[in-house]
Ligand binder design. Structure first.
Ligand SMILES: [Zn+2]
Length: 475
């Protein structure tokens, strides 16, 4: 029976001698633990001695992997990333928001081909995998079919979303004529084509870029279409004060975007609200009551938006997860860096807001929960991912802490949040398959992707007519 379970052809893999942080409801940690992977799922979790005794006869010798006391964790979930923007890394650094959007990002995105989206997603996916991400929520990009092809090849899990706008000042010509009906129809077609493909690793969501680029008709039709197909909606929400001011003046409401979305019954448990920086107390209450999920992107918020009220949201019971945002607004697509920043920025905000320090704000346990359990809830996939539990999908990462970045080890959870670097991510498994092993990306040729992506980015910038000031221009 070596390598398969009795009566089935599922491959059995046993990872043992690991320090396992399960993130299960009891927050169990096994200091010398093992996990049995059968096919794409977790068959057993427990102390190494017990697992070896009960399961080793089912596994081939080469399927018994000694992790030599390394950490085994659930794969991280990045809940807000623009995979299509990876080729635009560095095109909009240190510019104001309107220049960022109108002169750099929209020309860039509106000139992308499906092949560009494919290469951009491959390049971004490599960085995601290297930071321990096994699942991500696309924030809204140009060519979902290009993204889907890349995700399938990389071996990742993803909720893919098209960037959707049907109104707005300064939109590129080829975008400005999309009606609400066309936006909904094109997304339904993408849903039919890609939802639940790649062995169930790909899901398709509805997108709303932001309220300033959505008519009322589009908002309501998106709400209803997502309900009908039982899928999620990914939207940028309350990013800047100007957005709230515009909503107040044009939609006749006494506060901003969230108040308006509550009024039209768009706040529901399938809404993933990215950023959500400018909310008042009542709006935090609306999110909590409706079980809206929030993707907090610390680096991007610091650069472009401001301090999100994360501590208050968590205290109100809101599910907050972490995202990197896109390469032109963060540059680093590392969820490991976001974990570190999330804790520090929100501790710093406490001192700034209250005039007194509070190092206990957003502790490491909370941050680790944000990128695992809360991430899974945010992408509506927590019945299958987010923790290492029997029956869940085998999405997990091996962290090697035995390097200058992490030793000595005392408190394992705080070490993972405050010390771990991307380089400590040793191996990554998604859906029972290794997609990175011993730091090597397995399913795509990393060097080839880098080379093709660099060429494609130069061509794209030329087509888009984006020219950076000479001192900034590398090529
Ligand atoms: Zn975004």
């Amino acid at each position: 029976m070596g390598g398969t379970t009795e009566g089935s052809e599922r491959t059995i893999l046993i990872l043992h001698n690991a320090f396992i942080v399960t993130m299960d409801p009891a927050s169990r940690v096994f200091t010398d633990g093992a996990i049995v992977v059968a096919g794409d799922r977790i068959e057993a979790v427990g102390p190494s001695a017990q697992i070896i005794r009960d399961f080793s006869h089912l596994a081939a010798a080469e399927s018994l992997v000694d992790l030599r006391s390394q950490f085994l964790l659930p794969g991280f979930v990045n809940t807000h990333v623009h995979t299509s923007q990876q080729l635009g890394r560095g095109i909009a650094d240190d510019v104001d928001l309107m220049t960022w959007l109108h002169q750099r990002i929209w020309p860039y995105e509106s000139n992308m081909t499906e092949k560009d989206s494919y290469l951009s997603t491959l390049l971004c996916g490599i960085e995601l995998i290297r930071s321990g991400v096994t699942c991500f929520a696309e924030a809204g990009g140009q060519h979902v079919s290009g993204m889907a092809r890349a995700v399938e090849e990389l071996g990742l899990r993803a909720c893919l979303t098209q960037s959707i706008m049907d109104t707005g000042d300064g939109l590129p010509g080829n975008w400005s004529s999309c009606s609400a009906d066309y936006c909904i129809q094109s997304q339904k077609e993408l849903y039919d084509k890609h939802h639940n493909t790649a062995d169930g690793r790909i899901r398709v969501w509805f997108g709303l870029r932001q309220i300033m680029n959505a008519t009322n008709e589009l908002l309501l039709k998106t709400r209803d279409a997502a309900e009908e197909l039982k899928t999620g909606i990914h939207m940028h929400v309350a990013e800047i004060p100007y957005e709230n001011q515009l909503v107040m003046s044009t939609r006749k409401i006494d506060h901003g975007t969230v108040t308006y979305l509550e009024k039209i019954d768009l706040l529901r448990s399938n809404l993933l609200a990215a950023h959500s920086v400018w909310l008042n107390d009542a709006e935090i209450g609306f999110f909590s009551k409706a079980n809206v999920k929030v993707s907090h992107c610390p680096a991007s918020a610091m650069r472009m938006l401001g301090f999100a009220r994360i501590k208050e949201m968590l205290e109100a019971g809101i599910c907050v997860s972490l995202g990197t945002d896109g390469a032109p607004s963060n540059n680093r697509m590392s969820i490991v860096d976001e974990m570190y920043l999330a804790s520090l920025i929100n501790k710093g905000r406490e001192a700034f807001m209250r005039g007194t320090t509070n190092p206990t704000a957003i502790p490491s346990e909370t941050v680790l929960k944000m990128v695992t359990v809360n991430g899974a809830k945010s992408v509506l996939w927590d019945n299958e991912i987010g923790s290492l539990e029997v029956g869940k999908k085998a999405d997990m990462i091996v962290v090697n802490p035995f390097s200058w970045t992490m030793v000595p080890l005392h408190d394992c959870i705080s070490s993972l949040v405050y010390c771990m670097r991307t380089e400590n991510i040793h191996s990554v498994m998604c859906n029972g398959q290794w997609i990175m092993k011993d730091h090597k990306i397995l399913r795509v040729n990393e060097e080839e992707v880098i080379s093709l992506a660099m060429d494609a980015s130069v061509d794209l910038l030329k087509r888009a007519g984006i020219s950076l000031p000479k001192r900034m221009n590398y090529l």
